[in-house]
Design a protein around this ligand. Structure first.
Ligand SMILES: Cc1ncc(C[n+]2csc(CCOP(=O)(O)OP(=O)(O)O)c2C)c(N)n1
Length: 558
């Protein structure tokens, strides 16, 4: 039955004012209810707003992140005060580092704190997050401001509702103050001409696009520039297949396949559009040894890597468009693309040798990733939790666009984001098959929201890379002499858990069993299918071997 939402005084309650803005500014809210946000949630439900009830507040946050990564749209997360709030903090930190816009609406302490209140605003400030505390006068304005700031600055913003005003009638509301967008930084024509000249002199040009290129909407211009100079492309993890060219080598850096790395190492002029060039992306300084010129274009004051030879601060789209215009009519002397047809037909990524199992008969995770890539429909969203296993699909998975391959937790180097992030993606893009990959460690950490995934997703596939261990830790620390005991577990029956939660679950011990994916994909039936794949704990991805080698080398340095 619909409840009365107008207070006795005739004005809506403060919580209802906040809820109405949430409804106006977002399509969906992910949350866990409690005393602090009960009236917000009640009002949202009463007015037909889509509300997804999570099992854990960290999960609710991850759902919002997955939704954003899949759609580019901001959603709302809501929790109660105190423990509901502190449960969000790991994903809140991830959202700050990953520059994920989201609005978190929480209950907060009343004006006279109780024995069990914590300084939520102070905690948020320590993570670099702004809290907008609402009052009876500004609830509408503050909530709008939170959405404006989140979208403009790509960050999470908290709206907090002090407990003693949550149920109080709002006073007439202060007018909304629009937040101005950042001005566009236009390119300097001399910079454009200089870079055009460098590219015209290139024999093996490489263009690396990152999230900055994506946010600027520079896809067409970047592709046009590359096509004029016969460049190969690569991308950051956040921008997989952004340009959409058959001349794309995949993710640059640690997650590049060995064949792709070899080509990237041969590039002589590199144009980096909006990629941050982290140590990992630059493969610990080994990715671009042959490059005479490395030009980085972004919105930062300075370059983000010491190997950059020329930094240009500019709107990336405007710069790429002007560059494209400068290159008009240019006929390149060399054709790096023609020399490497294996890029276009993708055979460059095929490993020289590939066995389906290791000596003990356990599944080779590399073979698993390659087979998954073949079996999954092209129109998919792959969400990868953190852990050693993620390198396999990061290397071998195609993606329709950057939204189709997500790595929640990567910015914070965390695990335990999987199931709820996948649900957020599934809610945002029901037209795509959502595929979650996780390890057994990260999977167990986020288990409560497997129930939410099963309950709420139209259709989802979960692939557990189950090595019964914190594989990443084993591969890094066992060889340094630490006993395996804290890193190794008994085999968890994920298929059984999935069935108990209402999904289908299959324990996979042979690659052939993966063929079930074909029927699952073609079937009209929805639901969640979980494949608990028993992988070899002994096969180590190249990116981990290189990380370990790099860290060892650092330690032996004087
Ligand atoms: C929240 C959090 N806790 C602990 C860690 C340390 N850690 C990094 S990888 C990892 C193991 C992950 O195991 P699993 O999910 O099974 O994947 P695998 O490495 O075996 O592929 C751990 C414990 C972390 N990064 N984040």
């Amino acid at each position: 039955m619909r409840k009365e939402t107008i207070s006795v005084a005739g004005n809506p309650l403060v919580s209802h004012v906040v809820a109405r803005v949430i409804k106006e500014r977002s399509e969906v809210t992910f949350g866990v209810m409690g005393n602090g946000n009960a009236f917000v949630v009640g009002e949202l439900i009463d007015h037909g707003h889509r509300y997804i009830k999570a099992r854990h507040e960290a999960g609710a946050m991850s759902m919002s992140q997955g939704y954003y990564l899949a759609t580019g749209r901001v959603s709302t997360t809501t929790t109660t005060y105190g423990p509901g709030y502190t449960n969000t903090l790991t994903v809140l930190s991830e959202a700050v580092l990953a520059k994920t816009p989201m609005v978190l609406v929480v209950g907060d302490a009343p004006s006279t704190p109780r024995t069990f209140d914590v300084d939520q605003t102070g905690v948020a400030a320590a993570l670099g997050v702004t809290t907008l505390s609402v009052s009876v006068h500004n609830a509408e304005r503050a909530t709008h401001e939170a959405f404006d700031l989140a979208a403009r600055d790509l960050k999470p913003v908290i709206v907090s509702i002090p407990y003693d005003i949550a149920e109080v009638p709002a006073e007439p509301q202060e007018p909304r103050v629009p937040i101005a967008p950042d001005p566009i930084i236009t390119p300097d024509v001399r910079d454009v001409a200089e870079v055009a000249k460098l590219l015209m002199g290139a024999e093996r040009p490489l263009i690396i696009t990152g999230r900055g290129a994506l946010l600027a909407g520079s896809k067409d211009a970047a592709k046009a520039v590359g096509d004029k100079i016969n460049a190969l492309f690569a991308s950051s993890v956040m921008a997989r297949n952004y340009v959409g060219s058959k001349w794309d080598l995949g993710i640059a850096g640690g997650f590049a396949t060995p064949g792709a790395v070899e080509l990237m190492r041969g590039a002589d002029v590199v144009l980096v559009l909006g990629a941050t060039m982290t140590l990992f992306q630059m493969r610990y300084g080994t990715l671009l040894p042959g490059a005479h010129h490395i030009v980085q274009v972004n919105l930062e004051e300075t370059s983000t890597s010491e190997i950059v030879t020329r930094h240009i601060r500019s709107d990336i789209r405007a710069f790429a468009e002007q560059l494209d215009a400068q290159l008009s009519g240019f006929v390149p002397k060399s054709d790096w693309r023609a020399e490497h047809p294996e890029v276009a037909d993708k055979s460059i990524h095929q490993p020289a040798e590939l066995t389906e199992t290791d000596e003990s008969g356990m599944i080779n995770p590399r073979a698993l990733a390659l087979r998954l890539n073949e079996l999954l429909p092209a129109n998919r969203t792959i969400v990868q939790d953190g852990g050693h296993f993620l390198g396999w699909l990061a290397m071998y998975a195609d993606s329709p666009d950057p939204q189709g391959l997500q790595h929640p937790g990567l910015s914070f180097h965390g695990i335990g984001f999987g199931f709820p992030t996948a649900l957020g993606a599934a809610v945002g893009r029901p037209d795509r098959l959502t595929v979650l990959t996780c390890g057994d460690g990260g999977g167990m950490m986020t288990l409560p929201d497997l129930e939410t995934l099963v309950r709420e997703a139209d259709k989802a596939l979960v692939v557990v890379f189950n090595d019964s261990a914190y594989g990443m830790e084993v591969h890094q620390y066992h060889k340094r002499g630490i006993d395996n005991e804290p890193m190794v577990f008994g085999n968890v029956d994920f298929a059984g858990i999935a069935v108990a939660l209402g999904a289908r679950g299959i324990r996979v011990t042979e690659l052939e069993q993966l063929n079930v994916i074909t029927d699952f994909v073609s079937s009209q039936d929805g639901g969640t299918l979980l494949l608990d794949v028993q992988i070899s704990p002994n096969i180590i991805a190249e990116y981990v071997t290189e990380k370990v080698a790099h860290e060892e080398a650092q330690q032996t340095m004087p």
